[in-house]
Write a protein that binds this ligand. Sequence first.
Ligand code: NAI
Length: 348
Amino acid sequence: MSVHILDAMAREGFEEVVALHDRRSGLRGFLGIHDSVRGPAFGGIRRWTYRDEREALLDLLRLARAMTRKAALLDLPAGGGKIVLVERDGIDWPAAYRYLGSHLEGMGGRFFAGPDLATGPEELAEVARATRYVTDPSDAGPGELAESTAEGVFRGMAAALRALDGEESFERATVVVQGLGAVGMGVARRLAQRGARVLAADLESERVELAEREFGAVPLEAGHALGTPCDIFAPCALGGHLHDLTVQRLRCRAVVGAANNVLARPLVGDRLHARGVLYAPDFIVNSGALVRGSIFHLEGRREPVGAIGARIEAVLEAVLARAKEEDAPPARVAATLADDRIDAWRAL
Ligand code: NAI
């Protein structure tokens, strides 16, 4: 099935989608700016093995729009964007990242790129050789991006517990953390420090062993994470894990995690709500890196991680209160709030 890209852009309110191809390195990909009315677009560089161009484009559109929503809800003077690069054989990746850097430089600061899947400090350093408009992974950059995200997710859990129990009952909570990467490990550590029982799963057993050794996490097989009874299920691996089939297997009271686009489609959020499971919208709780990165680039200062967590917690708390008042799924409430705010900016 093909994508009617212009129709899709009009439907989602996109400003720009650029197809990228570099003859020398073999790079192929797309760069999208969803919105830049409030400020330059911020978005990560995702390198992934896509089935076809359609899948890559749809991923780009969903992720870029979510970035604008994060910026809107957190009231940042920034917009949303994304870059997706197609993983395949024979690409000279260092050269490809430098090419991307020169492309961003040519955009003159309308797009600031950051990390995402398969694009970490090493790759960003290559991009940074050709542009200023990228997260500098060295000490000169914003730093603590994943820690900012972890803090936001953790504080999101505190708001979720208060909404469920009227108090921040970490000591009585069991939390399943799916994915112990840069963010998941930070979330799990914070939970353990606050006395929660942490059940942890990762495809890489060394990561689970590290969590067990370091702060007493209970190992869980990756395949069992979703169906294990717990208070909070924290998806911190890949997005799209909750769809019509998997959602039936959940045995938790709340879902609060870092993965982007956890819900395969909005209807899954409605089903969670109908089942009485509180879903904390990913585009609120995982916005820590965007807050830290955009404030650093636009205001030249490093917002403390604790302050970022408090800001995210306050936004989530307001959304959950409104969702309760309207008996509506929090993801819908948050999306409407964000989109209304974006429409208001555009009208100005
Ligand atoms: P990461 O790549 O460091 O960690 C992901 C971890 O998940 C890896 O350890 C991997 O082995 C594990 N994993 C993959 N599939 C799994 C499965 N089926 N079951 C259990 N474990 C599995 O990624 P990072 O940076 O920790 O990000 C996690 C998620 O949060 C990603 O979806 C990312 O897009 C999202 N995110 C990250 C932000 C950041 O600041 N790093 C910001 C916003 C969103």
